[in-house]
Design a protein around this ligand. Structure first.
Ligand code: ATP
Length: 313
């Protein structure tokens, strides 16, 4: 079943700012989807439209089978939201916060079980005013879990959490997805997205510039594999540039660093060098999530620049 379906979505604010530009994608139930993009890319605007808080200028979005431009109140009860920069009530306890969400969602959860799940059961009766940032984030996550939502929308969910908290949240997210909950995960912490998401969409200037599994995105960009070979000595002519799939070669002292397209190219490089020199060490790495993010968002910038150039000529 499709949990989110977005078709030709467009949002232009007063003053002509186009925040979302012809956006289309769909997310299946039980999928953990990472939604990425630099500041101002249009992520929050898209999330606000998906939650029925903002209306699109054009296009259509359906969430859990319901068009977001229709009365969305009942559907929203099936969505758990962890907003960025949450606001909690200092005078209320953690349990009172959970009870409040239970009431607004007409849910039947046990507040203590939820607090236990997010690791703050021992602080259930403490007023939230004295909570640390991480405790507040755990509580907000707990509030999002009320009512066993069909869709979880998490905006920067690991913000303020310590490594244990991040690990626990990851496990909870995976358990929920395995039970069929769809998770829409927006974050600037790319390692976090890589650790937990099945698929990612990268936004830039209101458009989706990449949409795929992370490995598939890696395979689509050139130079996504980097291999560093340490040699006893570097021969005068290695002629690595002549190999298929080799993008760049740099030599620094006894090390040769080669970027190439994929795993098969990497093996060719190792064999080629091994036939011509004594290799003492090999380190191979895939592009980091940061590399991918930069490559896709920079590519979209340069395409726009080019289009602007073409128009102005
Ligand atoms: N209410 C508004 N009125 C006018 N312009 C807006 C409004 N809300 C957002 N924008 C503009 O729309 C664009 C997209 O903003 P949006 O907040 O959706 O980006 P974002 O990807 O969530 O960014 P960030 O990562 O910084 O939160 C930006 O240029 C922003 O200035």
């Amino acid at each position: 079943m499709t949990a989110i379906d977005v078709n030709g979505l467009h949002k232009e604010f007063d003053g002509g700012v186009v925040a979302v530009d012809d956006l289309s994608f769909s997310i299946e139930s039980g999928e953990i989807f990472g939604f990425l993009g630099p500041n101002g890319a249009g992520k929050s605007t898209t999330i606000n439209i998906l939650l029925g808080y903002a209306s699109p200028t054009a296009g259509r979005a359906t969430v859990l089978g319901q068009d977001v431009s229709t009365n969305f109140t009942q559907t929203r009860k099936r969505i758990g939201i962890l907003p960025e920069g949450y606001s909690l009530y200092d005078r209320l306890t953690a349990r009172e916060h959970i009870q409040w969400v239970i009431r607004t969602k007409d849910a039947a959860d046990d507040p203590d079980a939820i607090l236990e799940r997010v690791g703050i059961a021992d602080a259930a009766d403490r007023r939230v005013g004295g909570f640390s940032k991480g405790m507040g984030q755990r509580l907000t996550f707990g509030m999002a879990l009320v009512g066993d939502p069909d869709l979880l929308i998490l905006d920067e969910p690991s913000s303020g959490l310590d490594p244990t908290g991040i690990q626990e949240m990851r496990e909870t997210i995976r358990e929920l997805a395995a039970d069929g909950t769809t998770v829409f995960f927006s974050s600037h912490v790319l390692s976090e997205v890589e650790a937990v998401c099945d698929r990612v969409g990268i936004m830039s200037e209101g458009q989706l510039v990449a949409l795929d599994e992370i490995d598939a995105l890696r395979a689509q960009i050139d130079g996504s594999m980097r291999i560093t070979l340490t040699l006893e000595s570097v021969p005068d002519s290695l002629e690595l540039e002549r190999l298929n799939g080799v993008e760049t070669v740099t030599v620094d002292g006894n090390t040769v660093t080669v970027s190439c397209r994929n795993n098969a190219d990497k093996l060719d490089v190792i064999n080629h060098v091994d036939e011509r020199a004594t290799v003492t060490n090999v380190v191979s790495e895939e592009s980091s999530m940061e590399d991918l993010f930069n490559r896709y968002t920079e590519a979209s910038h340069s395409e726009t620049d080019q289009q602007v150039g073409e128009v102005s000529q």
